[in-house]
Design a protein around this ligand. Structure first.
Ligand SMILES: *Cc1c(COP(=O)(O)O)cnc(C)c1O
Length: 379
């Protein structure tokens, strides 16, 4: 038997039409600024190459990845767009960056000499995007040092300033005044630099929160991530406040019932007897567990969809097994589809629901589920 044709009972599907819808919605909000879709983390669990192909067809300015290895994957698959490496640009990775024509986001002038030496070796001019710490406080050059760093860059052979970027720390909170301060710091710092004007540098700042909630943050390019995959950076609140058309979640996670059991009242369920039945109960057993990203914290908390209705997870989630109380959702059989994330009939469980049960954010749910399970692109 060819194992390529045998699939896990746990299946992630990614909706092409949802991705397209979200891309077009982001493009509209960008008001003419081109998009740099973030496809790091295997496109937030949605599949790097599939998503990049879909977005590329719609027209992108560039792609954003975290590590060099992801950029190499895109190049080897034939992508010719600029690819921004947002993290892991260190002396050890520079040669790969140059030979694969990746665009380094540089956070420290200490990198210039080695970058210049290697660019010279390959007889290339490297387009550098500098990261300004306009308030994120994570990486980047402080505003007070920025002009000097740009000057050093300009005097370094084989390197050319192509863009300046920064990142919003609180753009997912529309009520915070932090974002307008970051935007002001960014604009003030870049406005006074001749080089930025002379070289017509690409200025970019907006993540999804910036794109959706910060007026005037589009600048020369926008960098949406989570919104392309159908979620608001502020989760349920964002969805609740948004006006139509809404973003469409692209990921669905389903499994199948592997056993249906009748257990009596007072029956302890699973490891630690975290749940004891209080009535004669019908339990559906699912072949999913924490190894699939369905983490233990969801024990006794999560709900799933069976027969188009919500049913509670009962007892401890184990490595490969989860129990669901299906007493109240009609008849259930081995092989029936159970939806952990996404729609079934009129019911829906979103990554925001799951994030609430997991005490985290939708981003983490998508990365976990998408990157730990078999995945297939549909429609
Ligand atoms: C991940 C990332 C983004 C996208 O953020 P979302 O909140 O997912 O839209 C934008 N810019 C940078 C630098 C990032 O690392």
């Amino acid at each position: 038997m060819n194992t390529n044709t045998i699939h896990s009972l746990n299946q992630i599907t990614i909706s092409r039409s949802a991705l397209l819808h979200n891309f077009r919605l982001c493009k509209e909000l960008a008001q003419g600024a081109p998009l740099l879709p973030l496809v790091k983390a295997d496109a937030y669990g949605h599949g790097l190459l599939d998503c990049a192909r879909i977005f590329a067809k719609e027209g992108v300015a560039a792609f954003g990845v975290a590590e060099v290895v992801e950029g190499v994957r895109l190049r080897e698959a034939g992508f010719t767009e600029p690819i921004f490496v947002l993290a892991g640009v260190i002396p050890q990775t520079l040669e790969t960056i140059i030979t694969y024509d990746l665009t380094p986001v540089v956070v420290d002038k200490a990198l210039f000499p080695e970058l210049s030496r290697l660019a010279g070796k390959y007889q290339k001019t490297v387009a550098v995007h500098l990261k300004l710490d306009a308030g994120m406080g994570r990486q980047g050059i402080l505003p007070k040092d920025f002009a000097q760093v740009v000057e050093i860059l300009e005097q370094t052979d084989h390197l050319q300033l192509a863009g300046v970027m920064a990142h919003f720390p609180m753009a997912d909170d529309p009520s915070s005044d932090n974002s307008s301060k970051v935007l002001a710091t960014f604009t003030e710092t870049t406005d006074k630099l001749d080089t930025v004007q002379r070289r017509k540098c690409c200025l970019h700042l907006a993540n999804s929160g910036g794109l959706f909630y910060v007026a005037g943050a589009q600048l020369n390019m926008v960098r949406p991530g989570i919104s392309l995959y159908g979620y608001y950076p502020d989760g349920d609140q964002g969805r609740g406040n948004a006006s139509a058309p809404l973003l469409q979640p692209a990921m669905r996670f389903s499994t199948q019932v592997i056993q249906v059991r009748e257990v009596p009242r007072g029956h302890g369920l699973g490891y630690g007897h975290l749940f004891t039945t209080t009535r004669p109960t019908t339990i559906a057993v699912l072949p999913v567990g924490y190894e699939d990203g369905y983490l233990r914290i969801l024990s006794n908390r999560a709900q799933v969809l069976v027969n188009g209705q919500r049913a509670p997870v009962v007892g401890r989630i184990s490595m490969n097994l989860t129990l669901v109380d299906v007493t109240d959702v009609g008849s259930v059989h081995v092989g029936d589809e159970v939806v952990l994330l996404g729609k079934q009939g009129d019911a829906e469980i979103t990554a925001d629901d799951i994030a609430t049960w997991m005490e985290t954010i939708n981003y983490e749910v998508l990365c976990l589920f998408g990157n730990l399970n078999d995945r297939k692109l549909v429609d």
